[in-house]
Design a protein around this ligand. Structure first.
Ligand SMILES: [Zn+2]
Length: 424
């Protein structure tokens, strides 16, 4: 008998305990819709598969490089440098610590404007419900409900002692949370506009952005510090960590201004003309990430006006339809991205939250069946992430798992990284 090559005989084995991905999309949809697997950690799935592969390679005494790889070829970014980050060594996300039902948060404004929910430095969550400002503690107890005819546009000041909210179309009211009193009110300088976003600087200046493209920096009821008119409705305003820059997002551009002179520094075009998500690096004042709905993320160095990374990002396994939000973890600078994945043959879809170390490296991921996630908020230490979806759920995740020593380790590394160096 002659053999021209050796083909191992396939043996039917029971692989049910290996918990690997099924290739049948419809079958997977059925599993998820049945509610048996509400939260799946894909990062752990990848880690288990890799551990199993290493075990098999060792058992057969095969070196890694001699084994053919299957699957997609990973295209590495042409940019060699990345942002400063303390990436987790293994996946830690599991079920959310807390799930809050927030009725009335599912309308279209939730998808468009970025300032409808806030998590203050003192640990309080703020939302507008039925025209009133509701402030809750982390255990979902309502601390206070004040005001009337308020709209879902709010911002905590950095100390967590005051919160600014919109009343009617373009009035801003500032509440002293400790006294439960509104202590200041003013309107946008233009007529018949709608204030959509509010930002507050570390020194207490209130920055508003309205439907007519007017940015106004206000110090007190009678003192406007500066103003700037730009083209298009303002969808988001975000100050960099040390308040050096202000990013203003419209449908077509992200404008970067020096703060508080409002001199234009850079104009970043948006490819999709749809809602764009931006976030500043938590301790490098000049690094900005911009994510678009087509899943393209660009990371900029605003000081040098250069691109650090630019790529179409993806979750571990799924072919996500949309990217809705990105946010740097304030503690580790890992980039948390919310994707939405529509089912082809059924209504509804999957929410996917992926943690990136750089734009080509996923470190952790959770998927579950819910709506789109346009809002990611953090507690003051950056150890808990709150994600608000269009299904009116606010899920709060222990971002580094339940073990406190892991958080302490990250803090130690972060302190070392924050020592000024020439690069970055
Ligand atoms: Zn205005």
């Amino acid at each position: 008998m002659q053999f021209d090559r050796f083909i191992p005989k396939r043996i039917k084995v029971d692989v049910s305990n290996f918990n690997l991905n099924s290739s049948n999309e419809e079958e997977e949809d059925d599993i998820i819709l049945s509610g048996n697997l509400p939260f799946i950690n894909n990062g752990k799935k990848v880690a288990r598969t890799e551990a199993f592969k290493q075990l098999m390679l060792k058992a057969f005494n095969v070196t890694y490089t001699s084994v053919l790889g299957y699957g997609e070829k990973i295209v590495k970014s042409p940019f060699s440098s990345h942002w400063p980050v303390i990436g987790r060594k293994k996946p830690t996300l599991s079920n959310p610590e807390l799930a809050l039902d927030l009725p009335g948060m599912g309308d279209m404004d939730v998808m468009t404007y970025r300032h409808i929910i806030g998590w203050g430095k003192t640990g309080h969550l703020a939302v507008i419900f039925d025209g009133s400002l509701h402030i809750r503690d982390e255990n979902d107890n309502v601390v206070c409900g004040v005001g009337s005819n308020l709209s879902s546009c709010l911002r905590w000041d950095p100390s967590g002692k005051r919160i600014a909210v919109r009343k009617a179309r373009n009035q801003i009211h500032v509440l002293n949370v400790q006294k439960h009193e509104f202590e200041m009110q003013f309107s946008c300088i233009c007529v018949h506009c709608t204030v959509n976003v509010i930002e507050i600087s570390q020194n207490g200046l209130i920055i508003t952005g309205c439907s007519k493209g007017q940015i106004v920096i206000t110090k007190s009821e009678y003192q406007v510090v500066n103003k700037k008119k730009i083209n298009g409705k303002i969808l988001d305003l975000k100050l960099s960590c040390k308040n050096k820059f202000l990013a203003a997002v419209t449908y077509t551009n992200v404008m970067i201004f020096a703060f508080s002179s409002l001199e234009e520094v850079m104009k970043l075009p948006c490819a999709t003309n749809l809602s764009t998500s931006v976030d500043w690096h938590p301790w490098k004042d000049f690094i900005l990430a911009k994510g678009e709905m087509n899943k393209q993320i660009t990371v900029y160095n605003i000081n040098t006006k250069t691109i650090i990374e630019n790529t179409i990002v993806k979750p571990y396994f799924r072919n996500a339809s949309i990217l809705d939000c990105l946010s740097f973890c304030p503690l580790s600078a890992e980039l948390l991205v919310s994707f939405y994945c529509e089912f082809k043959r059924k209504p509804g879809g999957l929410t996917i939250l992926t943690v990136f170390k750089d734009l080509n490296t996923q470190l952790d991921e959770i998927e579950y069946q819910s709506g789109r996630v346009p809002h990611i908020i953090w507690n003051s230490t950056g150890t808990k992430a709150g994600v608000l979806d269009t299904g009116e759920n606010l899920l709060i995740w222990n971002f580094f798992g339940p073990r406190k020593d892991e958080t302490d380790d990250i803090l130690k590394v972060k302190k070392q990284m924050m020592v000024p160096v020439a690069s970055f």
